[in-house]
Design a protein around this ligand. Structure first.
Ligand code: SAH
Length: 219
């Protein structure tokens, strides 16, 4: 795949820079997060027919009734996970989809594990990450509600699909000092930030959001 050839018109560097400016306007201040989003060519991760819209700050369809997350939400979640910490450390993403957010995370930390329950999407994520030269993300076809016990504990857990309540396995796999962020709810959802402190789990409620549901099992 010739990335240079795809880099014309709406997928150009200039459009990408504009997206970063919009994220700043919306309140993202972590320069590391902004640089990570600027470094990942989002057009590689969306359907070719939608590539002209890849740098709009919107969620876009991925197929299989799933969506690639809105850049602002990706930035907001990762910013909340990083605030006041040196590094994200070993990170688990639940709901890799096409691999976009995993690519952003991989700009910020060496060890990224990502699980996805829909096999063809996982294959796509693998392909997309390879296209951009990102070969370090470890992908697994699995139900993320169980976390990833073989690689636990994690300093960071980020969930890209909404659950009614926090999956207990994810709490168990969150290292002491670690942080998890996930959308909670059904028709109305909010972002929940959980810190694993010596005295226990501390939850903070953040923005209202809209994610696809966290579903059981694999397909
Ligand atoms: N992280 C993606 C967002 C994909 S949308 C991005 O960067 O754009 C959320 C994804 O979560 C979907 O692909 C969906 O299939 C997946 N998902 C939902 N429930 C899951 C579960 N229990 N385990 C793993 N993945 C799940």
């Amino acid at each position: 795949m010739n990335l240079a050839r795809q880099g014309i018109g709406m997928t150009s560097q200039r459009t990408r820079v504009r997206m970063i400016e919009r994220l700043r306007q919306k309140g993202i201040v972590d320069e590391g997060v902004l640089a990570a989003l600027a470094a990942v060519p989002r057009h590689v991760f969306v359907e070719e027919a939608l590539s002209s819209r890849a740098y709009e700050d919107t969620a876009l369809p991925l197929g299989f009734a799933q969506t690639i997350s809105q850049p602002y939400v990706v930035a907001r979640m990762i910013e909340a996970l990083r605030a006041g910490r040196d590094s994200l450390g070993k990170t688990l993403e639940i709901g890799a989809g096409c691999g976009y957010q995993a690519a952003v995370l991989a700009q910020l930390t060496k060890e990224v594990y990502a699980v996805e329950r829909i096999a063809p999407l996982l294959a796509k994520a693998k392909q997309n990450l390879r296209k951009i030269g990102q070969v370090e993300v470890r992908l697994k076809h699995a139900d993320g509600q169980a976390g990833l016990p073989e690689a636990a504990p994690f300093e960071t857990i980020i969930v890209a699909a909404a659950a009614a309540t926090v999956p207990p396995a994810l709490l168990r796999q969150l290292a002491l000092g670690g942080r998890m962020i996930l959308p909670i709810g059904g028709a109305t959802q909010y972002l929940c930030l959980i810190e694993h402190r010596a005295e226990g789990f501390v939850e903070t409620r953040l923005d209202a959001v809209r994610f696809v549901p966290l579903l059981p099992g694999v397909e």
